[in-house]
Design a protein around this ligand. Structure first.
Ligand code: EPU
Length: 412
């Protein structure tokens, strides 16, 4: 899919932030643990969610998805090998491994796909499963995990900080009566998963980077849960407002965004922070020097987007990407648009300047979002190819952009 974006446009109005993709996906998988219905509110209608839902349907779950309410009935859940195309399209399909090990003690699945942002191995996940008594093989892109030794309780340490490995280990740990998991990366999305599990009857407690489970009261009641707002979407629109006009970002949680918000405020960008909303005004701030880090540090998912903001500041900026090696593409797009950037491995120095419109291609979800912002500050109009990758993670994006005054057209 190709779109045409008109540059040099002013935006104004309100944007309602959708539910978080990376919070919704593991929680939808975790719903399989409940024998009664699970009602999830604020679920974003994005392609990654539809792919997960297709997997659930294949597993004989009954699904109702109206507006943003997803009802999952897994009373007839059946074990099946997960050799589906959907598993390779998305990253979050790896959460089925944790869930299947908890329910069936085995899992056969095509290796996960997802955005091409770096090597993305799953060795920390596999090490955690091994420590829980499983063995695995990988052949022809198929991961096969099965029980080797039944353990009654576990005390395991995740190899290194990883969102995915932390949540997958937590999902697999649900079968144990007593479990301790440490060195976890408890980002807001992971905290949401733990809250959801506790609503289902588990008894997880969080202490710094550790969780422990003490007991499970199997109530199998109907469970209701609301997905947390998408912090990356909130910040994407914040940057659009800072560069192009005046926006109110509604239904977000600024507490999940303290690091990036601090950088903006400290550097003179006009942002007013309320309890559940942000007001942002077009403003030129000072340099943006950031290094991506795990939560609560600066999120890698916002690095390209802040890279575009850094091209419009009062001074030169330096940005360092420490999580995924293939997330420097936006700086080549900035160079194409007339901005001086010196890229060396995972580090870039940016000299602010005027942006000339150009033609771009979205390489991954967040790069695609950054390219839209770059197009908005261009002098004329720009074309973006492979736009569909952005729809993996941003709900109703075209409509939300048009509502605030962006002129964006699909090209046939
Ligand atoms: N890593 C390993 N081995 C592992 C797991 C991770 O070496 O077994 C490395 C990764 O290569 C990376 C680092 O550890 O260098 C962190 O990776 P992490 O596991 O935290 O990331 P992920 O689970 O693959 C999730 C999100 C990403 C987001 C990152 C970082 C989902 C489905 N994906 O990926 O989301 O960028 O955490 O916050 O939750 C996006 O939304 O655009 C996106 C890519």
């Amino acid at each position: 899919m190709k779109v045409k974006v008109y540059g040099n446009k002013k935006v104004s109005g309100k944007v309602k932030v959708s539910g978080s993709k990376n919070a919704a996906l593991p929680i939808i998988c975790a719903s399989l643990l409940n024998k009664n219905k699970v009602v999830l509110k604020n679920v974003p209608r994005i392609s990654d969610v539809f792919d997960i839902i297709n997997i659930l349907k294949y597993l004989d779950c009954k699904i109702k998805f109206k507006r943003n309410t997803l009802i999952i009935d897994s009373a007839n859940l059946n074990y099946k090998p997960l050799l589906l195309e959907e598993c390779q399209k998305i990253r979050a399909s790896y959460y089925f491994v944790g869930i299947f090990l908890s329910i069936y003690n085995k899992c056969e699945i095509l290796l996960p796909g997802g955005c091409n942002i770096g090597k993305r191995p799953i060795d920390y996940h596999l090490k955690a499963f091994s420590d829980m008594g499983y063995i695995y093989t990988i052949e022809d892109n198929v991961l096969n995990v099965r029980l080797d030794k039944e353990l009654s309780n576990i005390d395991i340490c995740i190899s290194d900080k990883s969102v995915g490995a932390s949540m997958n280990a937590i999902l697999a740990s649900t079968k144990f009566k007593k479990a301790k998991l440490s060195n976890l990366l408890i980002e807001p999305e992971c905290e949401g998963l733990i809250k959801f599990l506790n609503i289902m009857g588990y008894n997880y407690t969080i202490h710094k980077d550790e969780v422990t489970i003490k007991s499970f009261i199997n109530n199998d009641q109907k469970v209701k849960y609301r997905i947390i707002p998408d912090r990356i979407e909130a910040m994407t629109f914040t940057v659009i407002g800072l560069l192009c006009g005046k926006l109110k970002i509604k239904k977000c949680n600024p507490n999940h965004l303290l690091f990036p918000l601090n950088i903006l405020v400290k550097n003179g960008f006009k942002v007013k922070i309320n309890k559940n909303s942000l007001y942002v005004y077009k403003s030129v701030g000072n340099q943006i020097n950031i290094e991506t880090d795990t939560y609560p540090g600066f999120p890698t998912d916002l690095q390209s987007i802040f890279g575009v903001l850094a091209s419009q500041t009062n001074d030169n900026s330096q940005i360092v990407e420490n999580i995924f090696e293939n997330r420097m593409q936006i700086y080549y797009d900035l160079i194409k648009s007339g901005i001086r950037c010196n890229v060396k491995d995972n580090k870039v120095d940016i000299v602010p300047g005027k942006v000339k419109s150009a033609n771009y291609k979205s390489y991954d979800l967040r790069h695609g979002a950054a390219v839209i912002i770059l197009s908005l500050i261009g002098d004329k109009s720009s074309f973006i190819e492979n736009f569909e990758v952005v729809l993996r993670g941003y709900e109703d994006l075209l409509r939300k952009l048009r509502r605030i005054g962006v002129k964006i057209e699909k090209i046939k």
